[in-house]
Design a protein around this ligand. Structure first.
Ligand code: AMP
Ligand code: ZN
Length: 113
């Protein structure tokens, strides 16, 4: 996707503060953190949102959740963390490339605003 900012980050065309990378996913610090630790985990493949997860591409979601505990340990989130996907306008999605927010370092209120 030519005009997708997270595709550009995934391809190294826009810099990011990386915390983890492999051939399938990238994790990097959010520019505007909403918690003491706020990392975004994205698939390198462009998927616009959770609306577009299918039987064919859903393995990447399991993979992201599989990597989450390792990442949380590296980020010293022993107290727990929240892994959030915002989908669509009402979900608060602003970047149209599937991503999961890993938030931690403080207690997370529920329900969210
Ligand atoms: P969402 O609102 O769920 O779509 O989340 C998009 C997130 O991307 C927001 O928390 C932004 O602060 C973050 N963001 C946007 N551009 C960048 C960037 N270039 N580097 C890091 N985080 C970004
Ligand atoms: Zn993209």
């Amino acid at each position: 996707m030519d005009d997708c900012i997270f595709c550009k980050i995934a391809h190294g065309e826009i810099p990011s503060k990386k915390v983890y990378e492999d051939d399938k996913i990238l994790a990097f610090y959010d520019l505007d953190p909403k918690a003491p630790v706020h990392v975004l985990i994205i698939p390198k493949e462009h998927i616009s949102s959770a609306w577009d997860i299918t039987e064919e591409n859903s393995d990447i979601v399991a993979y992201i959740f599989q990597k989450a505990p390792q990442l949380a340990k590296e980020l010293a989130l022993e107290g727990g963390f929240r892994l959030v996907n915002n989908c669509g306008d009402n979900g608060g999605q602003t970047v149209k490339h599937l991503h999961f927010h890993m938030l931690g370092g403080r207690f997370m209120a529920w329900p969210p605003g």
